[in-house]
Design a protein around this ligand. Structure first.
Ligand SMILES: [Fe+2]
Ligand SMILES: [Fe+2]
Length: 341
């Protein structure tokens, strides 16, 4: 950790921290004021039809219109609940890092982490309120989120891996949410929950991405480990989004075909529609992995992991992107540059 003692933050990262801290001071999400909480709940879709798990498969035709709508409610509710658990864990863990003093040499980083934690606490309250509003009760959590912070981040070390795992979840979840809600036909409240959340999450994600860029050299073992764990983790998160048995059980489909869960899950996970959605979610993340060498197309051992987890095409796309990229394409995939309002 001697390198950490000598470490000076780059001007580029300093500038970003200043911008992030100002943005968080200027406007933060309000539990009471930023969402249309009076929206009635009857008959609303919480995500768009094209993104429910069964869309584009034979199961879609076997379901009634009300069952499809309920699927949109419970799939969204399952994500909201995942957000609640994750946001509780991350704010607790980041506060612990702040209090431990690991990052005290970098006061602007610490200031932003304070904003980050406060924002996550409010997000979790908003998601909880949304679940209550739509009468959705909690779900079991498919990913073992708890282990992310308990196994992977000893307090004495620089918390780079924990920051990295945090952005993997935040970035994938955000891309997913923005895809799901990018439609005027869905509940105004559900859309507001996604869009308002995104405004603050975009900052969290850019902060995390740049923490890794900035401190990657401080933790020499980081890159090798990231090369090993990223693809399986991304795969499990993508598949988790469409394979919750509790979600299907709650909808309570009439048609008996829905009771063969193995068949159902295999079909939705591998559907062409889902592959298309996944490709959109993953594209900017893959470019980041290639940029940092977390995905290394020249390294056969590493490519084996990406291929085994079904990302061969996504890697190719990213590599092609960098071949086309010119020096004018600066700051690519900055999440904060997207406007979903
Ligand atoms: Fe959040
Ligand atoms: Fe966040």
């Amino acid at each position: 950790m001697d390198d950490l003692k000598k470490k000076k933050i780059s001007p580029k990262f300093s500038l970003l921290l200043e911008k992030l801290n100002k943005a968080s001071e200027k406007k933060q999400m309000s539990l009471l004021l930023d969402h249309p909480w009076d929206e009635p709940i009857e008959g609303v879709w919480l995500k768009k039809r094209e993104n429910i798990a069964i869309y584009g498969t034979r199961y879609y035709d076997m379901a009634s219109e009300e069952e499809r709508r309920l699927l949109s409610v419970y799939e969204t509710g399952a994500w909201w609940y995942t957000f609640i658990v994750f946001e509780n864990l991350v704010s607790e863990y980041y506060m612990k890092i702040i209090n431990h003093g690991t990052l005290k040499k970098f006061p602007d980083v610490v200031t932003y982490m304070h904003h980050f934690c406060k924002e996550e606490i409010v997000h979790a309250m908003v998601f909880r309120k949304a679940m209550t509003h739509f009468k959705i009760t909690p779900f079991p959590i498919a990913l073992n989120l708890r282990e992310i912070y308990s196994h992977n981040a000893a307090m004495s070390e620089f918390p780079l891996k924990a920051v990295y795992l945090t952005i993997l979840i935040e970035w994938l979840a955000e891309n997913n949410a923005m895809e799901d809600c990018n439609d005027k036909g869905i509940s105004v409240l559900s859309r507001a929950i996604a869009v308002e959340h995104h405004k603050e999450e975009a900052r969290h994600i850019e902060w995390g991405k740049n923490m890794i860029r900035e401190f990657i050299d401080i933790v020499p073992e980081f890159i090798k480990e990231a090369q090993e764990i990223t693809a399986p983790m991304i795969r499990s998160m993508l598949d988790m989004a469409v394979s919750s048995l509790v979600v299907y059980a709650r909808v309570g489909f009439e048609n008996r075909a829905f009771r063969d869960y193995n068949q159902l899950i295999t079909t939705v996970v591998n559907s062409e529609n889902r592959k298309k959605i996944n490709a959109v979610i993953i594209a900017p993340m893959m470019r980041y992995f290639v940029e940092l060498g977390i995905c290394d197309p020249e390294n056969a051992e590493n490519m084996k992991i990406w291929k085994e987890n079904g990302f061969e095409e996504d890697v190719k796309e990213a590599v092609e992107y960098f071949k086309r990229k010119t020096d004018k394409d600066l700051d690519i995939d900055n999440v904060m540059n997207k406007n979903y309002n």
